[in-house]
Design a protein around this ligand. Structure first.
Ligand code: SF4
Ligand code: SF4
Length: 393
């Protein structure tokens, strides 16, 4: 293969060194698949744990996998808020908080990299998108006038969550929520949401599946509030995709390869919140040293392998720290889980604005002392009545 490529642009034809760097996509796929398999393993372990609860404790006991906390983003976000406000790691679903922290750190270092390197939903969306492109033989894009308002939906959802947590609830109420049986049984509720899936939920998931065939990453691009949050943190990342306009031959292959439809060939630095650092554009660029991930401070090129190793290392370092320091498993006993299994349908979620306000007020009235009560508080199923584990109100 000749080591040179020529510019399409007749007016400024120039000899250019071909980019011979190996693509990283194979490794990215491997990392995504491994993480998806890990999630399936967690799901299977949780199934065995749930089977024990369904038998009312008579079947063989299997430990609950703490990794399931990673699928409770709201609880994890509130736990994180509680941690940064008090310095206390809340003992209900602590693994979720550490997974959340790892994902935020990944975004601060490598942009929205969680979405394209680890997230199982992002991985499935990508596979569905590839399938869609095979069917339609091209990438279908929505016109700008509909794409932009749809993209803001995920920020609206995120804004609502922030309003509910940071505006409507004070720290006392956040603690009461974290201690509540609703939060303690959140993993069970999520599991049975999928196991006993309703018709409506199936229709919604099925529609998202179909829409993702037509429009790549429909869920991630338009609706995922987690992705919106990571997009905001990605602005803090000093590592950006940069194009060298001198050696660039305007072939447009980078923009064509971008799953987020970013016009990489028209800009010098990718600052978009939609960029997931998937590195597809860099792999597609045919000219050496033309498109790279670079630090905005040192201007140095960051190798693609370094991104792969970095993303996985951050995740493993933070979750490993939680395991080593004894903050990985939650403090809910199997007997408490047996009770939660029986009562979980009676646990209400304070989702409505008025309910959150009332919850906040009632929790404040009970004068829970933030982080100083060592006894585990349990909120009774009739929301707001807080009693400790000895049963006293
Ligand atoms: S700009 Fe490059 S790294 Fe960012 S999403 Fe598009 S292809 Fe991936
Ligand atoms: S930066 Fe994009 S447009 Fe320029 S040479 Fe590389 S792939 Fe082609």
């Amino acid at each position: 293969m000749p080591n040179e490529v020529k510019s399409r642009n007749a007016g400024k034809e120039k000899k250019i060194v071909r980019n011979l760097e190996r693509p990283i996509q194979k490794y990215r796929f491997l990392i995504q698949s491994s993480f998806a398999l890990l999630c399936i393993w967690i799901g299977y372990d949780f199934y065995r744990f749930a089977h024990f609860l369904e038998s009312n404790g008579s079947a063989e006991f299997f430990k609950r996998p703490p990794g399931v906390d990673g699928f409770l983003p709201i609880s994890s976000m509130m736990s994180f808020y509680y941690f940064i406000s008090t310095g206390i790691i809340h003992p209900v679903h602590p693994a979720g908080m550490f997974i959340f922290l790892a994902i935020i750190l990944m975004s601060i270092v490598f942009g929205k990299s969680f979405c394209s390197w680890l997230c199982p939903v992002g991985f499935i969306s990508e596979l569905i998108g590839d399938f869609g492109e095979k069917i339609f033989k091209r990438k279908l894009k929505l016109p700008k006038w509909i794409d932009i308002p749809l993209r803001s939906l995920k920020y609206l959802l995120l804004g609502f969550l922030f309003y509910a947590v940071f505006v409507l609830m004070n720290l006392v109420a956040v603690k009461a929520f974290l201690d509540s049986p609703y939060n303690q049984a959140a993993d069970l509720k999520m599991y049975y949401f999928f196991v006993d899936i309703s018709k409506t939920a199936l229709i919604v998931i099925g529609s998202l599946f179909l829409l993702s065939i037509i429009v790549r990453n429909f869920w991630c691009r338009f609706l995922c509030p987690y992705g919106a949050l990571l997009g905001i943190f990605s602005f803090l990342s000093p590592n950006k995709i940069k194009r060298n306009p001198v050696s660039c031959i305007d072939c447009g292959l980078c923009a064509k390869a971008c799953p987020s439809s970013i016009k990489v060939d028209k800009i010098l630095t990718v600052y978009s919140d939609e960029c997931s650092t998937c590195l597809n554009c860099i792999d597609a660029c045919p000219v050496e040293d033309t498109l790279d991930l670079k630090s905005v401070f040192t201007k140095k090129k960051i190798s693609k392998k370094f991104v792969a190793i970095g993303v996985v290392s951050i995740f493993m370092a933070v979750t490993g720290f939680a395991m080593i320091t004894g903050h990985w498993h939650n403090n809910i006993t199997k007997d408490e889980y047996l009770v939660h299994y029986k009562l979980m349908d009676t646990y209400g979620h304070p989702t409505g604005t008025e309910a959150v306000k009332e919850f906040d007020k009632e929790a404040a009235e009970k004068k829970l002392v933030n982080g100083t009560d060592t006894e585990k508080n349990i909120v009774s199923p009739d929301k707001g009545k807080i009693k400790n584990s000895t049963g006293n109100n």
